[in-house]
Ligand binder design. Structure first.
Ligand SMILES: C[S@@+](CC[C@H](N)C(=O)[O-])C[C@H]1O[C@@H](n2cnc3c(N)ncnc32)[C@H](O)[C@@H]1O
Length: 242
């Protein structure tokens, strides 16, 4: 059996009761550690689960997934994902490969950044396509195209920001705001910076895109939102974070 288990957004204790029961029953526990990060380290998770945790980087999950799948044919295996299991597009592939091999699967969901951004007060139903801003983005235009399309339809845009947890490297809200302005986005637009949503000390700031280039955020991971048309209730909610 291969369990796909969401860990939530903050620390070891955000796992669901069902998720924890599944982890305890598994022989091998993989932690996908390239699409997001938890406050808790691998060692803290191991202590919490009383089990060894195997770090699974992009190479292991995307190129050497056979190791996870072969083990799942014989034993119970947990594949842990920070946030929700389907909050990153890459994990559908592992699910499909497990299905192809007739490996039994179970899915235990959790909170995702894709819904947790609701805290800023913008209606989730009024977001357009989500886009990611990568490192080395000088020649990258997709986020701008996505933003323009969303704006055309008066929809909000969520920008996810690249990260490389292995090397403790994160694209910051400051970098992302800089990138957007350099690519021609109006620096006077209202924009929202969000750092480590779900944490007790999360940081949320509503200001202009220009101000976000210098605002001091201290926590990771981070994301940035540019609202589309605002309902008066959304305007009121944004006031909370000014
Ligand atoms: C691939 S996505 C999210 C994947 C995760 N499985 C989920 O469901 O939340 C990773 C990106 O989301 C954003 N992100 C994730 N967690 C966040 C948080 N707690 N606060 C702010 N941004 C976050 C960052 O931009 C990060 O690079």
């Amino acid at each position: 059996m291969l369990y796909f288990i969401g860990l939530g957004l903050n620390d070891a204790r955000d796992i669901t009761v069902k998720g924890l029961e599944a982890v305890k029953s598994c022989k091998y526990i993989y932690l996908e550690n390239y699409t997001s990060i938890l406050e808790s380290s691998k060692e803290e998770l191991e202590e919490f689960y009383q089990k060894e945790v195997i770090l699974a980087d992009r190479d292991l999950v995307e190129k050497q997934a056979d190791e996870i799948l072969i083990r799942s044919e014989e034993e119970d295996v947990a594949f842990l994902v920070v946030g929700d299991i389907f909050g990153a597009t890459t994990h559908t592939d592992l699910m499909m490969r497990a299905k192809e091999k007739n490996i039994k699967t179970k899915f235990i969901h959790n909170a995702s950044i894709l819904t947790a951004v609701g805290i800023v007060g913008l209606e989730l139903y009024k977001y357009g396509k989500t886009t990611s801003i990568p490192f080395n983005n000088e020649n990258v235009d997709t986020p701008i195209k996505v933003f323009n399309k969303n704006k055309e339809h008066n929809l909000h845009t969520l920008f996810l920001l690249d990260l490389d947890p292995k090397n403790n490297n994160f694209l910051t809200i400051n970098d992302a705001a800089d990138y957007l302005i350099k690519k021609g986005v109006n620096k006077e637009l209202i924009a929202i910076g969000c750092a480590k949503i779900g944490n007790e000390h999360q940081e949320i700031k509503v200001t202009t895109l220009e101000n976000l280039t210098k605002e001091n955020f201290t926590k990771y991971p981070q994301c940035l939102i540019i609202p589309g048309d605002l309902h008066f209730m959304e305007e009121d909610a944004l006031e909370l974070w000014k």
